[in-house]
Write a protein that binds this ligand. Sequence first.
Ligand SMILES: NC(=O)c1ccc[n+]([C@@H]2O[C@H](COP(=O)([O-])OP(=O)(O)OC[C@H]3O[C@@H](n4cnc5c(N)ncnc54)[C@H](OP(=O)(O)O)[C@@H]3O)[C@@H](O)[C@H]2O)c1
Length: 202
Amino acid sequence: MRAADCLPLPAGATAADGASCFVNPLTALGMVETMRAEGHKAIVHTAAASNLGQMLVKICLKDGVPLVNVVRKPDQVALLRDLGAKHVVDTSASAFFEDLTNALVATNATIAFDAIGGGKLGSQILTAMEIAANKNATSYSRYGSTTFKQLYIYGGLDVSPTELARSFGFSWAVGGFLLTPMSAYLKRATGDKYLIDPNKGL
Ligand SMILES: NC(=O)c1ccc[n+]([C@@H]2O[C@H](COP(=O)([O-])OP(=O)(O)OC[C@H]3O[C@@H](n4cnc5c(N)ncnc54)[C@H](OP(=O)(O)O)[C@@H]3O)[C@@H](O)[C@H]2O)c1
């Protein structure tokens, strides 16, 4: 094997430790780095009780980054609250959209990482971001707020079509997000602050 394809593990680490130390942790770190590189101050994350989501909760707590966690069951709310998460909203709750909007008003999150992909959730997040942005507007514009909102789809837990009901103005983007191209992008965007050099490995 090429040395660049190898990752030395600490003595005593098991194969399972090695297998779990790479993709999810670096993707979670990359989300926070992307938030910073693109000028956002807080993050929305879906399917947030996932393995990756639990890592993101810990990283954001450590780095002081406000995080809005979107889950789909009450026991997932409890799991993340036990980790110290402040904002956890449950899509199965009747007040979900109001809870989401309130969390966005509280955090000013304008970037979302969506593991679900299909359905209406990404669109609801952009809409709630737009409502939160307009809370402080001093005038009305038919084109919506000037606050830029970014939705990154990074998983396909729901493989149905992504439905965008464009009720969030014109200052937004939807994109894909994948560990390896994201690492190369961060290298370009942040110079020596990148996480991975795609040519040299870690
Ligand atoms: N783009 C990248 O570079 C990258 C890198 C790493 C991971 N990922 C993606 O990140 C996601 C999380 O990975 P993981 O290993 O942390 O997963 P995981 O631990 O298996 O967790 C998956 C979570 O998603 C929830 N879920 C599944 N289907 C759902 C749906 N249709 N709607 C809402 N929630 C749903 C599950 O909750 P329930 O218990 O309710 O089913 C669970 O909490 C995956 O989609 C994976 O493909 C992407």
